[in-house]
Write a protein that binds this ligand. Structure first.
Ligand code: ADP
Ligand code: MG
Length: 474
């Protein structure tokens, strides 16, 4: 599945010229990030890291990933409404993982009080790698599904234009014309706009809940601008602001500074460091309100690694999606081997297998955002230490996906231009809106390709490991 530019990869002058065109094109097209030194000001910005060249993606697997996205939307939504499934699945995890436990407590508290929210908006991103089988045939395998703060839908809509220009500079106009248009931020905004409309209060605003440190603001602005273009007001607030100025009235309408909020779009709140006591209180206030949370806390829990692992058990998908046999088949085809480390014989056995052969597996805690998983020798050491402790149930084990590497250049500010052996991860954005029991929107909204050098086992773009890319279908 090689891309048709192997011939230019080692042509240093051509690559250097293309790289300088690429960087300026990225700046012109808005592939931007704030700098590490000034993460909360836009006076100085730089380009978000990206590959010099698009990466080859097998078209059949690309189509497969798109074709299963609506199924995943249905699945996530079904899990979020299934109190018993979440309770049962997360029972062992919440005994040892404080963060998941706290989310779960809010989930239960909100259910006990009775849900005020009647319109539901899901924005997720299902991520895959192309596992290279023994015969060399690549297969689409899901890495995870992100049900909260799935990012880069904005910046990724701008990389195709950059890569198109690079290919032209390198004399590959025909290939440039084959790059697919892609605009997830528009799809995300259409979902938010639909939820806003169904909420039914034309003067209410959409609130982006954002982090204290906002390096990736331009990615969010892409979605914001799509909403402003539809005459929907957007405000940006942090948990701290909600704690200080948020309130819920008797009808459980949410207000910020006296302004009614129709939709809360979280780009924050997915890792423990996002929370202190006040932020947890703010989160509870938001969840109790009738505003459309994207996601509500149940949908966030549906995206945990523990849930992902339980989904792979025989019969689970069938129970969650009765009457959707074909969707179940499509979903299951993307699953890699996933294993529970719950206390008991099953967990003992797989822990022993992984200790004996750590390179076959990835050890994953219930964390998001990259850089948390364990591999190889480190996996073995940690698992050996916790194998007889209940602590092991805060992790899951997963088969390691082994994609075929390809050569590319990763462009990063202040970094030398050098060729790297790389692997890619394809994400598909899903958007859905449910009103009461009725799905009123269920879409695949675009894609994201991220590429990293093979020496990094883990980590995304925000974590400084992967870079933005554009798929070139082969
Ligand atoms: P996070 O929630 O931190 O993003 P992921 O499950 O997506 O967690 O893992 C982070 C990164 O680790 C992925 O982007 C991928 O590069 C790598 N990774 C995760 N699972 C696997 C796997 N099963 N095989 C190979 N690499 C993996
Ligand atoms: Mg991930």
């Amino acid at each position: 599945m090689a891309a048709p530019w192997e011939d230019v990869l080692r042509n240093k002058p051509a690559i250097q010229e293309a790289a300088s065109v690429a960087v300026d094109a990225a700046l012109l097209h808005g592939v931007l990030m704030r700098t590490e030194g000034e993460p909360n000001a836009s006076d100085v910005v730089n380009y978000a890291p990206f590959t010099l060249l698009p990466s080859a993606v097998p078209s059949a697997l690309f189509e497969q990933a798109y074709a299963v996205q609506q199924d995943f939307n249905l699945l996530v939504d079904a899990i979020s409404q299934n109190k018993e499934f979440l309770e049962h699945t997360l029972a062992s995890t919440i005994k040892v993982d404080d963060f998941t436990a706290q989310l779960f407590r809010i989930h239960m508290q909100v259910l006990e009080e009775g849900l005020a929210q009647s319109v539901f908006l899901g924005i997720n991103r299902s991520d895959y790698m192309f596992d290279c089988g023994v015969d060399g045939t690549p297969a689409l395998k899901q890495i995870e599904i992100n049900t909260i703060a799935a990012s880069f839908g904005g910046l990724t809509s701008r990389t195709a234009a950059v890569h198109g220009q690079v290919l032209k500079v390198l004399g590959k106009s025909k290939e440039a014309s084959r790059l697919l248009p892609n605009n997830p931020s528009k799809g995300l905004a259409l979902g938010i706009a639909k939820a806003w409309e169904l909420y039914g209060s034309p003067s209410a605003v959409v609130m982006f809940l954002v982090e204290e440190v906002q390096r990736n603001i331009f990615d969010q602005r892409c979605v914001e601008n799509e909403l402003w273009n539809r005459n929907i007001r957007v405000i940006r607030k942090r948990f701290r602001d909600v704690f200080e100025k948020g309130s819920v009235d008797d009808a459980r309408r949410l207000y910020m500074d006296g302004q009614e909020v129709a939709v809360v779009y979280y780009r924050e709140g997915y890792v423990p460091k996002n929370y202190n006591q006040q932020n947890w209180e703010a989160r509870l206030l938001l969840e109790r309100s009738r505003a459309v949370k994207c996601p509500d806390i149940a949908t966030q829990l549906a995206g945990t690694k523990k849930v992902q692992q339980e989904l792979s058990r025989p019969g689970t998908l069938e129970r969650l999606l009765p009457g959707h046999a074909e969707a179940v088949t499509r979903i299951r085809a993307t699953f890699a081997g996933l294993y529970s480390l719950d206390v008991g014989e099953e967990g003992d056995k797989i822990a022993a297998t992984a200790i004996a052969d750590p390179d076959r597996f990835v050890l994953k805690p219930q964390r998001e955002g990259g850089g948390n998983n364990l591999y190889g020798e480190e996996l073995r050491q940690v698992l050996e230490k916790i194998r007889d402790s209940p602590e092991r149930t805060s992790y899951i084990l997963m088969d390691k996906i082994k994609p075929q590497p390809a050569m590319n250049y990763l462009l990063r500010a202040h970094s030398p231009l050098q060729v790297s052996e790389c692997v890619s991860e394809l994400g598909i954005f899903g958007v859905y809106v449910r009103q009461g029991k009725e799905m009123v929107m269920n879409e695949a909204a675009g894609h994201l390709l991220r590429t990293k050098a093979i020496e990094h086992a883990d980590g995304g773009v925000a974590a400084g490991v992967a870079v933005l890319d554009t798929p070139y279908l082969v």
